[in-house]
Design a protein around this ligand. Structure first.
Ligand code: HEM
Length: 480
């Protein structure tokens, strides 16, 4: 604002040189030349802008991190006992209760110190989330998978000797992996390659839904991975199959075909076989429960909002037939399903918070927060706040339409996949899976929820329903 108000001051031609102008502007002035609008703007955004800003009212004084409200810390123990006290909302089954109560008691930004953890700052301000997730020059640092890291460190098979994996690594070891795997996983062309396979699985699932009982879909959708789930053997088997396919293709003189994601990993310079295996494990760990739970919440919300379900069915019916394979063009034409998923992830984000260890100093809600602080943006609470989402507890997928009928949406107020260089690497695959599932479900069924109470959700690593998602799938007789 300051800059645009001051712009006329500079005019098309300045006659009085001002100390502190940038080289471009100073050179132009000494030669008696005028600057193009673009070059003037460049000036305003560097030294000229700073000089002008100095003439305006002084910016509000930044406050010290020590002034951030929070429970009084004890010597050595900090707020550890406070956090473990049931009276303060501590519930090992549901961490969200503690965070909710903390923010109610102390306000939108709170400071906390837990033994063996760095100083912690927790915020409900989406501007703060933008500040700490945006900067990308350093390696974004996150922790929270300590048990996985420990198992991998202590593993005797040698599988994790080079690297403990994308989920748990930080610093250069994380970037070594991330820069090699993110293009294959996030490139739209690669994701679209899996559309026929995902579509096939979705259609098969729909055929298996038994209209007479609510149990089968419920059981399939929300069962967590059992501890015996043979993740490692699945990963190793998949690698062997991919290696065999690559060998075969080589023997046949490399026919011109698009490589699968796994084949691309195996062909990537600098990725060892064990790193590929670890990557596959992380994709299974990061991808299965998150996506299936989110689809479960979407069905639940649609079942409880028949009007929204009907609108989605109408759009799906208009765009694609039941017997037609789904193509990227269909997905592009189905904005309703995108809005349904966005609204579902706003109301039921599986990840409750976005977290980073600050690698450089930052200003959060007007407080100076030093590097080394652990910051937490409670996205699970922010995305249900009325100031960001009018009628916050209602399921209103249309609020995500381009014309934003319920008002503008802060881009960091609902952030289910996080943001920046360390955002969810499976975002596009997950979105595609969820869209396909809902499209195929809506074509064949109208879904109802069979219980007379709201689903109860508890948050540990992910937010899970602890009451059954008891659906009934009623075959549609009105669709093509
Ligand atoms: C609805 C589905 C999903 C949600 C809501 C979700 C959410 C998230 C979030 C919030 C993060 C943390 C990002 C950060 O710290 O900035 C994350 C990371 C990650 N996700 Fe997802 N995810 C989903 C599906 C998937 C899928 C399908 C895959 C695999 C194919 C996957 C693999 C991963 C991996 C490997 C990471 C770690 C990335 C890194 O640290 O560099 N996720 N996800």
């Amino acid at each position: 604002m300051l800059l645009s108000a001051a712009r006329p001051l500079l005019g098309a031609r300045c006659s009085v040189p001002v100390a502190g102008l940038c080289a471009v502007r100073a050179r132009a002035l000494t030669r008696g030349k005028t600057l193009s609008v673009q070059r003037q703007e460049r000036c305003l955004h560097c030294h000229g802008g700073a000089a002008l800003q100095r003439q305006g009212p002084a910016p509000p004084e930044l406050k010290d991190i020590r002034q951030i409200p929070g429970p009084k810390p004890l010597p050595l123990l900090g707020n550890t006992l406070y956090m473990l006290n049931k009276k303060n909302g501590f519930d090992p089954q549901d961490f969200s209760v503690f965070w909710k109560q903390l923010m109610q008691d102390f306000g939108p930004i709170v400071k906390l110190k837990i033994v063996s953890m760095p100083q912690m700052v927790v915020t409900l301000n989406p501007d703060d989330v933008q500040t700490f997730l945006r900067p990308t020059p350093d390696h974004p640092t996150r922790f929270g998978f300590n048990s996985v890291a420990k198992i991998r460190k202590e593993d005797k098979t040698g599988l994790f000797k080079d690297n403990y994996g994308l989920l748990t690594e930080n610093g250069p070891r994380w970037w070594h992996l991330r820069r090699r795997v993110q293009a294959p996983l996030l490139r739209p062309k690669n994701v679209a390659m899996y559309l026929p396979a995902v579509d096939g699985v979705a259609c098969k699932f729909m055929d298996s839904c038994n209209a007479a009982t609510a149990r089968p879909p419920d059981a399939i959708l929300v069962t967590p991975l059992p501890p015996w789930f043979p993740m490692l053997s699945i990963a190793l088997e998949a690698i062997q199959e991919a290696e065999a396919r690559l060998e075969e293709a080589k023997a046949l003189g490399e026919p011109d075909r698009q490589l699968t994601i796994m084949e691309t990993f195996l062909r990537t310079d600098g990725l060892s076989r064990s790193e590929v295996a670890t990557m596959i494990l992380d994709l299974i760990m990061g991808g299965i429960e998150t996506t299936s739970l989110s689809v479960g919440y979407a069905l639940y919300l649609l079942a409880r909002n028949p009007e929204a379900q009907r609108r989605l069915q109408q759009q799906v019916d208009a765009v694609v037939r039941r017997d037609e394979p789904l193509k990227p063009e269909h997905l592009a034409a189905l904005d309703c399903v995108v809005h349904v998923i966005k609204e579902t992830l706003r109301l039921y984000p599986v990840a409750f918070a976005n977290a980073r260890l600050l690698t450089r100093d930052a200003v959060l809600s007007g407080y100076r927060v030093p590097a080394g602080t652990f910051v937490l943006g409670l996205s699970g609470l922010v995305s249900r706040m009325e100031e960001h989402f009018p009628r916050p507890l209602e399921f209103l997928p249309e609020r995500w339409q381009r014309d934003r009928p319920y008002g503008a949406i802060h881009p960091f107020a609902s952030l289910p996949f996080s943001h920046g260089t360390r955002m969810c690497i499976g975002k596009r695959l997950a979105e595609q899976e969820m869209y396909v599932f809902l499209i195929r479900a809506m074509q064949r069924y109208t879904v109802t929820y069979e219980l007379d109470h709201d689903v109860v959700v508890q948050t540990q690593l992910v937010a899970k329903p602890v009451t059954p998602l008891a659906f009934k799938f009623h075959p549609r007789t009105d669709a093509l």
